[in-house]
Design a protein around this ligand. Structure first.
Ligand code: 3H9
Length: 700
């Protein structure tokens, strides 16, 4: 095995190179290796290597360092800790210069913050993304960064976890200089020798005097995250810890940061968020399709349909720098759609998210057409037309005739049979579902639906494309509603049954929101529009088993023209243009009359029952999906639900959540519910089997 830290002396400088592929995660052996190398080179002038005048710390491979080894957080900590490693660097009598390329994230950024100087290649990015893993920076990040760049910028980085590019980092005072892309280590060596010639003491972040933020700054920050961080531990601890910079001496601040970090590290929330981190990466691995399967590089794309979905998808391509042409036969719809895109890009400039130049670059990627011939050179066409099989088949037959032979034809259908659509073409191997979620330019999920004949190379290409588009791509099987919507159907249906039995929309939504969902099912319905699912229910009416329990409340609302926010009324009512849901007596009347018709004696329904019935039905359907092979693994379902349906990441997704509750508990609860409410709650075979074996979905 190669050395985790390479040690080489170049012109009087010890060059330490982190070597732990793929991202130089700071495993215990790497931490030990850094301490040994620093001791050897520099810890104190007398004992250390006399040939060495300075130290450069760099990384091998694609990046400097991706941070602490996240896999170790599930285990007992092994010394030396990262704070110990950094303390050793900071105490070095010889100057230590970090040379950053690629990413320097988390502990991989805290390490350079403990060095005396930091240089980087132009492509480097620094970040403290710990909060996205339910953690706070635990190796001095909350104490050193504010001392270098002030509390405002530091807390901004810590709470968002967003990376900062080299140029900005240099302006902020994080970096001492940005070098040429190729000559980073040489430049760092020269820089280190110059500093050594000047002599010490060398600057440290711990020695910088922090500038006090304005009065009330921290309270203001707490207020800002109130909604987003409800129920979470880490973001609040981040603020507390940064505030300690101005309350406590450095070493006390560091010790408190460590305590807060360890609390987060041991929490269920962080375990759940780490699960999602690895689940998203696991979802990229498709059995039978090796990583080196040749993929087609998508240079140009086209989208059919210039409605909300089509424009959203087009924006995703434009943002990723892929030229995209949108086709709509209706010139009015096309013009409106293009205008919407332009407005969205302009809005992003106003919000300070992109520059004017970036907006122009994005807009230059988008063009419109009404002529299908214009799509003949596209590498991929994504159809986002009306959800109707005949319409889709007609489009696919036409596309097949026009598009170049290698082009992938994808459908954004959310419910229809991908094989039936593919059968309208002579290239079923190049037909696939790419199910984006609305609004497509914001929601991260991309459910890729494999048809019976979809080729491995088409799958590999679309999975790689999802990554390039910044989406969480998950491969699923071709069944009604695929994975996400199929489960969603059971969840919302259950929510409606609760209304029939005694609950009201606000009560259900509050219970689900308090659990951590972004919104409850009824609020979501009003945003998405109730007419869409009404149409789907009408289409399915003929095939619905007559004895199956069916709630007609949503249909009644639609019959009253209540389609959600867009009509100012749905499950709630909305004051002029406002998006704040207000409980509406009209809805309560509809609910009460349906309860009466069905002969329900309305009763008080507690939040526990709401959660159990909504969440356990979700889990139960997930188990069936898993058993049928429609999802490759339980963790894929968790990615779908956390990135597409607002399931709280700190609960890890429905399947992880069920494992934590214990499948035996879930199974027993479903059996009780089935006794009261009938077969709808009958536990899935897989769930029963795992519960009996004392296993979890993670063992499937
Ligand atoms: C921290 O640092 C705490 C400290 O404050 C305090 C400590 C005391 N550990 O994403 P990719 C694996 S918390 C272990 O596909 P990319 C990943 O699972 C940490 N493994 O590549 C995957 O494995 P596989 C703060 C890690 O080029 C492979 O590397 N740091 C880690 O698209 C490739 O990953 C973060 O939150 C890790 N830290 O992106 C950064 N990182 O091939 C987390 C990656 O088996 N990491 N792996 O599936 C990232 O954001 C991205 O992985 C990175 C590379 C940008 C680094």
């Amino acid at each position: 095995m190669s050395d985790p830290v390479e040690y080489e002396i170049r012109g009087g400088v010890a060059v330490l190179t982190l070597n732990n592929p793929p991202v130089n995660a700071l495993s215990s052996s790497l931490r030990r290796g850094i301490i040994d190398a620093i001791d050897r080179a520099a810890i104190d002038r007398a004992a250390a290597d006399p040939d060495v005048r300075a130290v450069v710390l760099s990384g091998r491979g694609r990046c400097f360092c991706g941070g602490a080894d996240i896999r170790e957080f599930g285990e007992t900590p092994v010394p030396p800790s990262l704070p110990e490693v950094i303390a050793r660097i900071e105490a070095s009598a010889k100057p230590v210069v970090a040379a950053l390329h690629g990413v320097a994230f988390g502990g991989g950024f805290e390490l350079p913050l403990g060095c005396h100087y930091r240089l980087s290649a132009p492509s480097a990015r620094v970040a403290l993304p710990e909060v996205t893993l339910g953690l706070i920076p635990g190796a001095g990040g909350t104490q050193r960064l504010p001392r270098l760049i002030g509390a405002e910028h530091a807390l901004g980085m810590i709470l968002s976890g967003e990376p900062v590019d080299a140029e900005t980092a240099c302006k902020l005072g994080i970096l001492d200089a940005v070098t040429d892309e190729g000559g980073l280590v040489d430049a760092a060596i020269a820089f280190a020798l110059d500093r050594a010639s000047e002599g010490g003491p060398y600057p440290t972040a711990r020695g910088s005097v922090p500038t006090e933020p304005e009065n009330g700054f921290f309270e203001g920050e707490r207020k800002k995250i109130e909604r987003r961080a409800r129920g979470l531990i880490a973001p609040w601890h981040c603020i507390d810890s940064v505030e300690n910079v101005f309350r406590l001496p450095f070493d006390e601040g560091l010790a408190t940061e460590r305590e807060l970090f360890m609390e987060c590290r041991g929490s269920e929330q962080s375990a759940a968020q780490r699960h999602i981190f690895f689940a998203e990466r696991e979802a990229q691995k498709i059995p039978g399709i090796p990583r080196d399967t040749p993929v087609q590089f998508i240079e140009t794309a086209a989208v059919i349909g210039c409605g909300t979905m089509g424009t959203g998808i087009a924006m995703v391509f434009a943002e990723a720098g892929i030229p995209v042409r949108i086709l709509d036969k209706d010139s009015g719809v096309l013009d409106k759609g293009l205008q919407r895109i332009q407005q969205t890009f302009a809005g992003a400039v106003q919000k300070g998210k992109i520059t004017e130049a970036e907006k122009d670059t994005r807009w230059a990627m988008v063009s419109g057409t009404a002529d299908m011939d214009d799509l003949k050179d596209a590498d991929i066409v994504i159809e986002a037309a009306f959800e109707d099989m005949a319409v889709k088949r007609e489009i696919f037959a036409a596309l097949d005739a026009v598009c170049k032979s290698g082009a992938i034809l994808a459908t954004n259908t959310s419910t229809l049979d991908v094989d039936e659509i593919a059968a309208a073409t002579n290239r079923a191997d190049r037909v696939i579902g790419t199910h984006f979620f609305s609004p497509a330019n914001i929601m991260r999920l991309m459910e890729n639906v494999r048809g019976a004949k979809t080729s491995p190379s088409t799958i590999a290409t679309v999975m790689a494309l999802a990554r390039r588009l910044g989406k969480a791509g998950v491969l699923v099987g071709n069944c009604d509603g695929f994975v996400g919507n199929r489960m969603y159907h059971h969840y919302t249906r259950q929510a409606s049954f609760l209304l029939e039995e005694g609950a009201l929309p606000g009560q259900v939504d509050t219970a689900i929101y308090d659990f951590g969902f972004a919104m409850g099912p009824f609020a979501v319905g009003d945003v998405a529009g109730l007419d869409v699912s009404w149409r789907i229910r009408q289409r399915r009416a003929e095939t619905r088993p007559p004895d199956e329990r069916y709630s007609a409340i949503a249909d009644r609302l639609c019959e009253l023209g209540r389609f959600g926010q867009k009509t100012g009324a749905g499950w709630y009512r909305y004051d002029n243009g406002s998006r704040t849901p207000i409980a509406d007596p009209v809805v309560e009347d509809v609910i009460r009359s349906v309860s009466e018709e069905l002969g329900f004696q309305r009763r008080d329904i507690g939040d526990d029952e709401i959660l159990q019935r909504c969440l356990y039905t979700l889990v139960n359907e997930g188990a069936k999906i898993l058993d049928e092979g429609m999802a490759l693994r339980a963790s894929d379902i968790d990615v779908i639900w956390t990135s597409g349906y607002g399931f709280p990441k700190h609960r890890g997704g429905p399947m992880f959540y069920a494992d934590r509750v214990g499948l035996k508990t879930v199974y027993d609860a479903l059996c009780c519910l089935a006794d009261i409410h009938g077969d709808l709650f009958a536990p899935a075979g897989l769930l029963e089997k795992l519960a009996r074996q004392g296993k979890g979905f993670e063992n499937v």
